[in-house]
Design a protein around this ligand. Structure first.
Ligand SMILES: [Zn+2]
Length: 146
């Protein structure tokens, strides 16, 4: 199933259940609701944005449930958690390896294909330690007139 080709506002209920199943997550109503919203397309949403979208749709999912569900999704690898600051984290439905561009003015996060970032070197690692991932966040701001 390709989530990027889904043009609808939401993933179908069946697709959401299948996605949860594949990650060993038991499909409760709230989890289905959150998954179908998040995986409708490749996007980065904060818990607050998900909560706001759910409440616009008159959903009865509580704030605590949204936070707990997103934590579970991140732990099981269903969603990628992108931490910009300890209090600013996004849930990324694009699981393909990629980096990010963070617009500090607007708070927007954009994907950067891995081929566009060249990492020239990494620190020497202690023996028994290996690199499992490199996540680059490039922070940009509107240039101030000089
Ligand atoms: Zn991303």
């Amino acid at each position: 199933m390709s989530v990027s080709q889904n043009n609808g506002e939401r993933l179908s209920r069946e697709q959401a259940v299948e996605l949860l199943d594949r990650h060993g997550i038991s499909p409760t109503e709230q989890r289905i609701e959150i998954a179908s919203l998040l995986f409708a397309r490749h996007q980065h949403l904060s818990a607050e944005q998900i909560l706001a979208q759910l409440s616009r749709q008159a959903s009865r999912v509580s704030k605590a449930t949204v936070y707990n569900t997103l934590k579970l999704f991140a732990e099981t690898g269903l969603v990628r958690e992108v931490i910009i600051e300890p209090t600013k984290r996004f849930y990324d439905s694009n699981l393909n390896p990629h980096h990010h561009l963070f617009f500090t003015d607007s708070g927007r996060l954009e994907d950067v294909p891995p081929a566009q970032v060249d990492i020239a070197g990494l620190p020497t690692l202690a023996s028994g330690v290996e690199v499992v991932g490199v996540d680059v966040v490039i922070r940009v701001a509107t240039r101030k007139p000089s």
